[in-house]
Design a protein around this ligand. Structure first.
Ligand code: GLY
Length: 304
């Protein structure tokens, strides 16, 4: 058994680990952990306290996947609900669908009795007002300014939380939750709720999830690329490296390639990879004696 997370999920990993130790499923473990981060107003990339879109509305994306059947549930641009990850699970378990967005996702949340919340905290609102004040005139100018800011403040632009778990029965699950880009275009959907882009798992091989500039993972199917690498026999580090190296063939300037992935194989081997030196990830298993933080492997383009 093991649980793996992006570094901002470290504080929630003990919750996930307790679920597994008590005999719970990988699916229950990753959902429980994501709910903890969604409630943390200090994390401006997820749930309550997340940075809003251009109009000051907090729009949440989340997804959950179970690797036995590869069922997947996602919500996007969901406003006003405390735990998008649980609404995503309801998409997977209660509807014959994979992805539900916007008002439809909110209808489902209301239908299942999900708790509403004021997601925009005073701190996030103040940052939004300040960010808009410093942006070039017009709404599109503000979005473009965020793209320019990627290389200097990627966390601010595209933070997210990832959880991967392997339970005692050998089942794997993965969960991702995010408020997406700060000041994003209203209705913008990132990689987090899209199967294969920001989240993917398969019991036969392993799991991967992403944080970073979601548009890149959407274009290259980064999470699925990692799992494909595991399926072809690569180890977790090599599979993650291959997925991030693929981003450098997109024709984008190297300083606009901001991506992180966590990877877990079906035997419990794990790795974190990043395009940003210094980034970390977190993990917990029977032998670790608590949650551990590890340095991610840095992947940069080869110098020409
Ligand atoms: N990776 C999160 C997002 O771009 O929305």
């Amino acid at each position: 058994m093991i649980v793996v997370a992006s570094a901002n999920g470290a504080e929630a990993l003990e919750v996930a680990w307790t679920v597994l130790e008590d005999g719970g499923s990988a699916l229950d473990a990753v959902e429980a952990a994501a709910r903890v981060v969604e409630d943390d107003p200090r994390d401006h990339s997820v749930g309550t306290g997340g940075y809003p879109n251009l109009l000051g509305q907090v729009e949440l994306d989340a997804s959950i996947m179970e690797g036995t059947t590869r069922r997947f549930g996602g919500v996007a641009a969901l406003q006003g609900f405390r735990h998008p990850i649980s609404v995503a699970r309801a998409v997977m378990e209660r509807l014959p669908h994979v992805l539900v967005v916007g008002a439809g996702a909110a209808s489902l949340a209301a239908e299942i009795g999900a708790e509403t919340a004021e997601l925009l905290t005073p701190e996030a609102e103040a940052a939004w007002r300040d960010g808009l004040a410093r942006s070039p005139a017009g709404l599109t100018g503000a979005v473009l300014a965020q793209v320019q800011a990627l290389s200097t403040n990627p966390e601010h632009v595209a933070g997210t939380v990832d959880f991967l778990a392997l339970d005692r029965d050998g089942h794997i699950a993965s969960a991702v939750s995010t408020s997406g880009w700060a000041w994003k275009w209203p209705g913008r959907v990132g990689d987090s709720p899209i199967p294969g882009a920001g989240n993917y798992c398969d019991d036969r091989f392993g799991a991967a999830a992403c944080t970073g500039f979601g548009e890149l993972a959407l274009r290259t199917q980064t999470a699925r690329t990692v799992v494909n690498g595991l399926a072809s026999g690569l180890d977790v580090a090599a599979a993650g490296r291959a997925a991030l190296e693929d981003l450098f063939a997109l024709g984008e300037p190297a300083d606009r390639i901001v991506m992180n992935t966590v990877a877990l194989d079906r035997n419990g081997n794990h790795a974190g990879l990043t395009t940003e030196p210094g980034a970390r990830y977190a993990w917990r298993d029977e032998s670790s004696g608590g949650v551990q933080l590890a340095t991610r492997i840095v992947v940069r383009p080869d110098p020409a």
